[in-house]
Design a protein around this ligand. Structure first.
Ligand SMILES: Nc1ncnc2c1ncn2[C@@H]1O[C@H](COP(=O)(O)OP(=O)(O)OP(=O)(O)O)[C@@H](O)[C@H]1O
Ligand SMILES: [Mg+2]
Length: 138
């Protein structure tokens, strides 16, 4: 699935729901679906507020289901991140005035199975995440 949409706060919920609908065929639990929705919201919100700093731009979302595993890629062509390793640290934020907590990447890492971030200053940022959708009772 490929979706390209304007990077606006009001589109965050739409993208989150599209991804959830995309996953439904794999029959995930509500809990897993909520984890994915939370992580996707964080990534898209970052594109809106940090990538484009609330100016115009597009966010694109690539999603693929291979067996019962979700592969998702969220990209913007915005500002980019100077130091990805630092940006991914818990509580790191460049947005102190807006009182952000710097926990977006922490949330993505916690709720998904894998998280990878690729970024280039002036070119944009891509967030790659995977999640096994099959729920196994222990
Ligand atoms: N798409 C992006 N484009 C440019 N910079 C980004 C992007 N995503 C994240 N960043 C940078 O990484 C930092 C950390 O992101 P993270 O989501 O963890 O925290 P936050 O957005 O600052 O706060 P919170 O998500 O808790 O509101 C941001 O403050 C920003 O500097
Ligand atoms: Mg964030």
């Amino acid at each position: 699935m490929y979706l390209k949409i304007k990077a606006l706060p009001e589109n965050v919920g739409f993208i989150r729901n599209v991804i959830a609908a995309f996953c439904v065929s794999a029959d995930p639990s509500i809990e897993i679906l909520n984890d994915i929705k939370t992580a996707v919201s964080e990534a898209v919100t970052n594109a809106v507020v940090h990538g484009y700093k609330r100016t115009e731009g597009d966010v694109s979302v690539d999603a693929e289901l291979i067996d019962t595993k979700l592969y998702i890629k969220i990209s913007d062509s915005g500002a980019g991140i100077e130091n990805v390793e630092k940006a991914m640290e818990d509580f790191f934020t460049t947005d102190v005035e807006e009182e952000r907590s710097g926990l977006g990447f922490t949330i993505m890492r916690t709720y998904m199975d894998t998280l990878r971030v690729e970024s280039k200053i002036g070119a944009g940022t891509t967030v790659l995440m995977t999640k096994e959708l099959l729920h196994v009772d222990r």
